[in-house]
Design a protein around this ligand. Structure first.
Ligand code: CA
Ligand code: CA
Length: 106
């Protein structure tokens, strides 16, 4: 499989795997979301951005439709945010520049 397809497949498979814990496979509840972040992120700098300390706050920002859970659309935004964190770390690019500033924070 090509690399981008692998990434897409991984995101969807991971979402479904964690979301399915409570029988509602189309949404991550708070515990499922926390578990996913804990287990599937090892990079300490990215982990710090989504740390348990302000988990509730972050959950509030992620949960755009205010149903208390994270759907695939909301999860994709989290992934985009973490992708930008990693990109900045790798390239040393500062905030702003030509990137879409909507991804600067959750
Ligand atoms: Ca669920
Ligand atoms: Ca939601």
């Amino acid at each position: 499989m090509a690399r981008l397809e692998q990434v897409i497949t991984s995101i969807v498979d991971m979402f479904v795997e964690y979301a399915d814990d409570d029988g509602k496979a189309h949404k991550l509840n708070k515990d499922e979301f926390r578990m996913l972040l804990e287990k599937e992120i090892q990079n300490p700098e990215i982990k710090a951005k989504v740390s348990a300390a302000d988990f509730d706050k972050m959950m509030g920002r992620v949960d755009k439709n205010r149903d208390g859970e994270v759907n695939i659309r909301e999860f994709c935004k989290v992934v985009a945010f973490m992708t930008m964190c990693y990109y900045r770390k790798k390239t040393g690019k500062a905030d702003g520049e030509e990137e879409d500033s909507k991804h600067d924070s959750l």
